[in-house]
Design a protein around this ligand. Sequence first.
Ligand SMILES: Cc1ncc(COP(=O)(O)O)c(C=O)c1O
Length: 469
Amino acid sequence: MGRQSHDDVSLDDLVRGEELLFLQRMPKTIELWERAQRSMPGGVCTSWSSSRPVPVWVSHGRGAHVWDADGTEYVDVHGGYGVNVVGHANPAVVRAVQDRVTQGTHFAQPTEDAIYVAEALAARFGLPQWRFTNSGTEATMDAFHLMRAISGRKLVIKIEGTYHGHHDSAMVSIFRHQDLLGPVDDPFRVPGPGVAQEMADMLRIVPFNDLTALERVLDRHRGQIAGLILEPMMMNAGIIPPQPGYLRGVRELTRAHGVLLAFDEVKTGLVVDWGGATRLFGVTPDIVCLAKALGGGVPCGAIGGTDEVMGAIRDGRYDQIGTFNGNPLTMAAARATLEQVLTADVYGRAEALGRRMLTGSQAALSAAGQPSYGEVFGFKGSVVFHDRPATNYREFLGISTGVSHLHFLVQHNGGVFLPPWGKSESWTLSVAHSDDDGDRYIGNVARVAEMVAGLGDRSSELFTAGSYS
Ligand SMILES: Cc1ncc(COP(=O)(O)O)c(C=O)c1O
């Protein structure tokens, strides 16, 4: 299919052209995917790898770069959904894992590394006590359980649109279409597939960045709310930072109502700052959930709490359990990550590179007459093809899915591996990324800018409406 003239080309045409190029580059990926479908549903290991036009099969990674099964090299800003902040095959993590693997990898009894990890997390997040899990899902599940076990109450407040993992308490009202959200002041509680409505009904949903709505729910259900869980910075809707004073207000309101506060820092922790969003914004919750970057690329999770909260584990009101919790391989990798790689000095450099990427991208977009905004926090950042920053999930839904998908395709075809879910995700850099890596990203944004500018008058329409799905 040849590129069409600007007079008759549509966004769909641009997407189709880039998808075709994408597929033509990947005969081996397509072969693996077709074979995998015979033994794995959808031909993938997790449904959220099922991206369009084909889930990319990876061969290996080194530093800031990954290679797909067809041998093509990319700058990796997917980061395995925000995990690989240490870079691929980081020497310190490789050494720690290799040393550990020769001494046994599992006992279901603690090993010394766990103490170093817990102490490092206590210093970074200002919460004294830590336990370990194997994923972010398990960490937030423990947070829900702890809040309910301690308070003896059922209801938990959750922010509209946020994802906290795939357990029953949390799989409610995420990734909904605008029409399925319900009234702003009392959003629908929609369970995910396989989750009972009764579980959904134990939640109360409020928009992010809205203290009035939070106060209204706390007042309406006085004495019934166990806790509030939130990402201190929304990270599954691009990046939506808290507005000034929001987190402090959340802390004050939850204290005033005797409601526990849990920060889900699965994506932000150790990534946006040395001490996560907790340290960055200077607001300490009762519970912090971690996963992703903590393990330096090995499955991991952790939950930290105040002495009062973790006392419920000490005295047996809540059994925090799991065969693989504190697995020696994970603890060795996490210790190396914290002590040798994600040290305090690496965040400034990552943020400077992120700013360079954002500034360069916005300059290219603006030269093509396209509106944009963006965010950079430590290793995370995003460029959003939209005129107004979203402050909550409903506003985020107004951003064009089609342009974001086109961006993913153009980046991929231009040698940059973005997370596949377009507008929902952001970039994750690592300690290994260089200015050259960032410049490749900027060059691809410039291409998107030109392509979309070529749509002429229709481009502004596409940037403001969710017109492609
Ligand atoms: C904010 C947040 N919490 C929890 C989770 C669940 O983590 P995991 O996939 O490790 O279970 C995720 C995963 O993307 C997440 O983004």
